[in-house]
Design a protein around this ligand. Structure first.
Ligand SMILES: C[S@@+](CC[C@H](N)C(=O)[O-])C[C@H]1O[C@@H](n2cnc3c(N)ncnc32)[C@H](O)[C@@H]1O
Length: 219
């Protein structure tokens, strides 16, 4: 018996054009809307992610929570030459599927997957993965870890002035501690992007993404 994510991978392979990221994203969205709900960021909030990437043109994007590769593909397809996405995913099975879908989209050279738990991987980014700074961080793993992991990124001096943090699901399921932290810190300039989303039960709920721009010298 296959898992939902294996079925998603097979569907995406069979219903998209190899080397064509947009068709891969569309196949993900169609699987989730027509067949089985999946937890990727989706088109509505994906547009907010696209805009943030287009505005910043980051060299290094860090994604915490890559699942099956949808948002990694969304980011990588817009990067300029030399740009890359580092995806951190604690499930080996999801990380393998993400590698597969990213390769299928033709973006394998731009996305590096690290399998591990965010709070363990972040302190190793410099020493073990050659990442000295991150320009863009997509927080999409566990809302309860958003603040801890952001503080880890600060402590390990991985952020610099102008680095952008985009956090998903800040209203649903919700990340109140994270919102309080970034809104209350002089180091961050925040903007909220509301969005309605479809839940696993088929309900429509109000959610949103928080964009926080980091300023190193303000404290
Ligand atoms: C909402 S999904 C990510 C969706 C993905 N960003 C997308 O839009 O295609 C959350 C993912 O985070 C992973 N995850 C949860 N906690 C994590 C942690 N502490 N470290 C790394 N990955 C984690 C889960 O296994 C899951 O695949």
């Amino acid at each position: 018996m296959s898992t939902k994510e294996e079925r998603l991978r097979d569907y995406v392979r069979g219903h998209s054009k190899s080397g064509h990221p947009l068709s891969v994203l569309e196949a993900f969205d169609k699987f989730s809307s027509d067949l089985e709900w999946t937890m990727h960021v989706g088109e509505t909030k994906g547009v907010v992610l696209d805009q943030a990437i287009r505005d910043l043109q980051p060299k290094v994007c860090l994604e915490l929570g890559t699942y099956c590769g949808y948002s990694a593909i969304r980011m990588a397809r817009q990067l300029r030459t030399g740009g890359r996405v580092i995806g951190v995913e604690h499930s080996q099975k999801f990380a393998d599927i993400a590698r597969d879908t990213v390769r299928h989209a033709g973006l394998g050279k731009m996305v590096k997957m690290i399998v591990g738990s965010s709070s363990q991987v972040i302190p190793q980014l410099k020493s073990q993965h050659g990442v000295s700074q991150v320009d863009f961080v997509f927080l999409d793993h566990a809302e309860s870890l958003y603040t801890t992991d952001l503080k880890l990124l600060e402590r390990h001096e991985l952020l610099s002035t102008g680095s952008v943090i985009l956090a998903d699901n800040v209203m649903h399921p919700g990340a109140p501690d994270f919102l309080k932290y970034v809104r209350g810190s002089p180091r961050y300039e925040c903007s909220f992007h509301p969005a309605t989303v479809r839940t696993v039960d088929g309900n429509t709920v109000q959610d949103g993404m928080m964009k926080a721009v980091y300023y190193h010298r303000r404290i």
